[in-house]
Ligand binder design. Sequence first.
Ligand code: M6R
Length: 612
Amino acid sequence: MCGIFGYVGNKNAVDIILNGLTNLEYRGYDSAGIATISDGSLQIRKSIGKLNNLYKNIKKYPLSYTNIGIGHTRWATHGKPYKKNAHPHVDSKKNIAIVHNGIIENNVELRKEFAEKGYHFVSETDSEVIIPLIKENYRDGIANTLEYILPLIKGSYAIGIICRFEDSKIVCTKKDIPLIIGIGENENFISSDIYALLMYTRNLIFLEDGDIAEISKNKILIKDSNGIEKKLNIKNIKWKFNKISKTNYKHFMIKEIFEQPFSVLNTITNITYKNTKNEICIKEKIFFNQEFIKNIKNIYVVACGTSYYAGLISKFWFEHFTNIPTIVDIASEFRYREPILNNKTLVIVISQSGETADTIAALKLANDKNCKTVAICNVVGSSISIYAKHTIYTCCGIEIGVASTKAFTSQLVVLFTFALNYAYKIDTVKYSTLVTFLKELSEIPLKIKQCLKNNNFIKKLAKKFLYYKNFLFLGRYLNYPVALEGALKLKEVSYIHAEGCATGEIKHGTIALIDKNVPVIVIAIKDKVYKKTISNIEEIKARGAIVITIATECDYEIKNKSDYVIYIPKVNELLTPILTVIPTQLLAYYIANLLKYDVDKPRNLAKAVTVE
Ligand code: M6R
C-alpha cells in the first residue's frame, strides 16, 4: 500500500505534491508527510491520520517556496500510525529524505546490524533502514549508492529519495511495487499510479524492477539493475480520463455504485461490436488467439477479496461453457500450496488494482511453471498487466472507494465473455448460443439501472437494520459467491459482523446463529435452485429469522416467505450475479453512511494491498 508522489520543476512543489497525494490517498491514510529542499535545506512536515491533517499542518507551519520534493501517504505495516513512523524518513543531519512503499523483509537483521554500529533509529518502520544503508555505503551520489545497496535489500519496494547535496533531482527505484515517472515540460513527476499523473502529463515511463532513475526538471537518466543506461521507453497514454471527483455524490462508493450501468456498458463495448447483421460479436483481439488456448486441460482462477468472489462465479461459467475443470483459489493460499501447473494450465488472475502482492506472486509462480497466464485488470500499466502474458481490461474507470463495487461487475462481464468466447473457440458452444448470450449481456446495463431504482427502499431498510450486530447473507449456485461478497461489503464499510454462507449449507452449523437478532439476506431468484432456496427460507423463518430476500421481479409468492423483498429484473440465471450484487452494495453503503463512517476510507484498509 502507501502512495508516493514527487515533483521537480519550476512550479510550487508543495501544492503539486499535496494534490498528487490527494489522488493517492486511497492507497493508505494512516499518516502522510512531505519533504522538500529549499535553499539547500530539507524541510519536513508529517501528520498522523488523513491527508487533511497534513494540509492543516502545512497551513499552520508553511513550507518555504520550493520546486522539488517528495510526499507519502501511509498504510501502516511496521509500526503504528504514529508521527515518528510517518514518511518521509530523514537522517539525523537532515541530509537525505526517503519515502518507501513495500516491505523490507530483512529489516530486522539490518536494523540490528546498524543499531550495533551505533545508528539511532527514530521509527519502528522497516523503511527507515534505507537511511543507514545509504549513509554507511555512500559512494559518489545517491544513485550510485542505491545501485550498491539494492542487492542488500530483500523484499519489495518503491523508493523516492531527495538529498540536499543533489538538490535538483529525485532519485528513485522499484521492485515488485509500481512507480511511474511522468514527463512534463521543464518538470517531471514520480507517482505510485497513473491517475495521479494524468492531470499533469500523458507521457509516462513505467519503471521496471531494479531500474534506478535520476530525475531533474529537464533530464531523466535511468539505469537498469546491471547499471547500464536505458533508452527512455516513454508511453503516451491516450485513453480518456475524467477528473477524479465525487460530483454530487457524498462518497465515491455510492457514486461508483451508481456508475455501474455505464461502467458495465463500457466494459461490454470494449469487448464486443455489432456485425453487419446487427449481431453482437466478440472483438477477437481483446481475447487471445486459438494457439494460446490450444490443449488447455485445466483452468485456475486466482485473486483476492472481491476479485476472488468474481472468480468463484466464473467457475460456473467456465465449467458450464467449456467443460474444462476450473479451480478458483485465493492468491495468498495458491502461492504457498502446490498447485498442479504446467504448460497445459491456463491461470487467470483477477485484480482491480493490478498491484495486489499475493496476486502478483501467484501470477509469477504460474509464469515460472510455464502456464498460459491471463490478467483481468482495471489499471493500464499496472504490474499484473505487465507480468501476465495477456491482459483484458475491465474499463470501468478508476475506482476510488476502497470497497470495490463497479470493478466487481465489470470483472464479471469480462469473465463471462471470456468463458463464452473460449467455449466457442473450442466448439463447446455454438455460434447461435454465443450471439444469444451476448445479446442478453448487452441488456445488463439497463437492468442494473432498474436494480438501482431500489435505492430509496434499501435506504429505508438500512435505517431499520442499522444497529444489528450480525448479518447473514445466503445464496446458492451462482449466487453463493454473491452472498460472500455481500457480507464482505457490509463488514468492510460498516464494521458490522456479517457472514456469507451457501444457503444449503447453513443446516450444517450456521443455522445455530439464527434468531430474531440476525437479519438474513437471502438471494432467492428464479433459477434452478429456487425451490430449494424457498425450503431453506422456511427453515430459517421457523427459527425466528428476519428475512430480506433478493428476488426476481413479479415473484409475488416470495412476499409470504419474507419480511422484506428487493426485486431485480428477470435475466438468464447465468447472468444473475451481476444484478443480485447491486442491492447488497447499496445496503452496505447506506448502513455505513448512516453510522457516519468514512465509507470511502474504512479503518485499517487500503485500496491496493501491495504487501503480503
Ligand atoms: O485490486 P484487487 O482487485 O487485486 O484487490 C483485491 C482485494 O484487496 C479487494 O477486492 C478488497 O477485498 C476490497 N477492499 C473489497 O471491497
